[in-house]
Design a protein around this ligand. Structure first.
Ligand code: 5GP
Ligand code: ZN
Length: 137
């Protein structure tokens, strides 16, 4: 098993685990962006969000919802930024789906999710909406 997050889930390599459930494991990021930076991962290996089975996706997001409050409370944070780098092009470095929960404080120097995008938008909303609806059908 070469995937580092699969090995953490299996208990083969150490991590600061904060929650271990049948379908999901949550542990502290080894290089935290802030105190209390938690990674929530599905037990089953899936490289990206699109690869998750419905039940795995349910369990993952339910765990994120369950953890968000206690992580915030434990660190005395004002909020949390919750995000997924989904695919190598987005900066995902570990190809096993993981949800970042990063505690936030007023004036902590970090931006919102919006600040990572340069807003290079070329297409009109109706055209984009139609394309996505077609892909969904
Ligand atoms: P990504 O860039 O793929 O969204 O985030 C991967 C995260 O995993 C990074 O924040 C990185 O610090 C963390 N990470 C990488 N290897 C390990 C590890 O062996 N243990 C833990 N706890 N976190 C790791
Ligand atoms: Zn894996």
């Amino acid at each position: 098993m070469s995937c580092i997050f699969c090995r953490i889930v299996a208990g083969e390599i150490p991590a600061e685990v904060v929650a271990r459930e049948p379908e999901v494991t949550a542990f502290l990021d080894v290089q935290p962006l802030a105190d209390g930076h938690v990674l929530v991962v599905p037990r089953a290996h899936a490289a990206c969000v699109e690869d998750l089975k419905p039940a795995e996706a349910d369990a993952l997001f339910r765990a994120v919802v369950r953890l968000a409050g206690p992580v915030r409370a434990a660190l005395g944070a004002a909020g949390t930024t919750i995000g997924v780098n989904n695919g190598e092009a987005t900066g995902q470095t570990i190809p096993h789906v993981h949800v970042h929960i990063v505690p936030r404080w007023p004036n902590d120097g970090a931006g919102s999710v919006h600040t990572i995008f340069p807003r290079h938008v070329k297409r009109k909303l109706p055209e984009v909406g139609a394309a996505i609806r077609k892909a969904l059908s």
